[in-house]
Design a protein around this ligand. Structure first.
Ligand SMILES: [Zn+2]
Length: 302
């Protein structure tokens, strides 16, 4: 019986701990990464994989929950260094990994001059190295089976993966952002694909799965699955109502961001969480822009 290992790797994004995680799955003969982070942290990722006694030739599966650059930006770069590896991507995300030009231009609109420093180069994934994964598919990797769960809401191209051997759910961003040692869950709601109803449906799907632990990309592993998902959903709906009111009153994006930040940070202090520790995983700017776009479209304001 081989030993199944699941290890969190802190990618030390921009030099900060607890911002972006990748998970290394290994059975001694076959290894997978769930989430790979951006190219800017890819050297760190490979170094940390080797430091855990896993030779790079053993890494055959690069599985991403969705194609946002903090989760999947390094795929193309890593495939050049991991000759045995295949990238596993959602059908809606796949075209943007083969040709990342639209991904890069939409990220450039959000991040401007910060692009290169934040994410590094985004290299196209060659067609023959890409495997499209579909809802309900079981992936046999690293000595276990990962169940693919289509989980739109944060983005349309989002999967969560349930490790059926251990009950660990690799949740990407659909289960929110939470720092170790705290209970507070922040919903990351960036533009342009935020969809509150789809997010709720995804959470309903997760609630009926035999999940023992949530493995978040931002940041870490948590056991209180039901409480965590309930808090996330309650806050998502509360923030949706809060932002809707502001948008109906005609506030600007920057005003909305400030109001939501004041509102959210007050909640965090009451729960004993440190607001700034959440900002690298889910900053208020993108959260506010996501809600603003969602509501303007829905309410027919434009
Ligand atoms: Zn993310």
């Amino acid at each position: 019986m081989s030993q199944l290992r699941t290890e969190l790797i802190d990618l030390q994004f921009l030099g900060y701990p607890l911002a972006i995680a990748a998970y290394l799955l290994d059975d001694g003969a076959d290894a997978a990464l769930v989430e790979v982070g951006p190219t800017s942290t890819a050297e760190t990722l490979l170094r940390e994989v080797q430091a855990r006694g896993v030779p790079l030739e053993r890494v055959r599966h690069l599985i991403v929950t969705h194609i946002h650059l903090d989760h999947a930006g390094a795929l193309g770069w890593l495939l050049q260094r991991l000759p045995q590896a295949t990238a596993y991507v959602h059908p809606i995300g796949a075209p943007h990994m083969l040709d990342p030009s639209r991904l890069i231009s939409s990220a450039s609109r959000l991040y401007g001059e910060m692009m290169e420093r934040l994410w590094g180069e985004v290299i196209p994934v060659p067609q023959e190295r890409l495997r499209i994964v579909r809802d309900g598919e079981s992936l046999a990797v690293a000595g276990r089976t990962l169940l693919t769960v289509d989980t739109p809401g944060h983005a349309r191209h989002h999967h969560a993966y349930l490790d059926e051997a251990t009950g660990v759910l690799f949740a990407g961003d659909i289960a929110g952002v939470r720092m170790p040692g705290t209970t507070y869950v922040r919903p990351p709601t960036p533009p342009p694909e935020l969809d509150i109803e789809a997010w709720q449906a995804s959470l309903a799907k997760l609630r009926v799965l035999p999940i023992q632990q949530l493995a978040l990309t931002h940041f870490g592993v948590f056991d209180d699955v039901e409480r965590h998902l309930n808090e996330l959903e309650t806050r998502l709906l509360d923030w949706a109502a809060f932002t809707r009111k502001q948008i109906e009153q005609g506030v600007s994006d920057s005003e909305l961001m400030q109001r939501l930040r004041d509102y959210g940070n007050e909640e965090m202090r009451q729960q004993g969480a440190e607001p700034s520790s959440y900002d690298l995983g889910a900053g208020y700017e993108l959260i506010a822009l996501g809600f603003a776009r969602y509501w303007r479209k829905k309410l027919g304001l434009s």
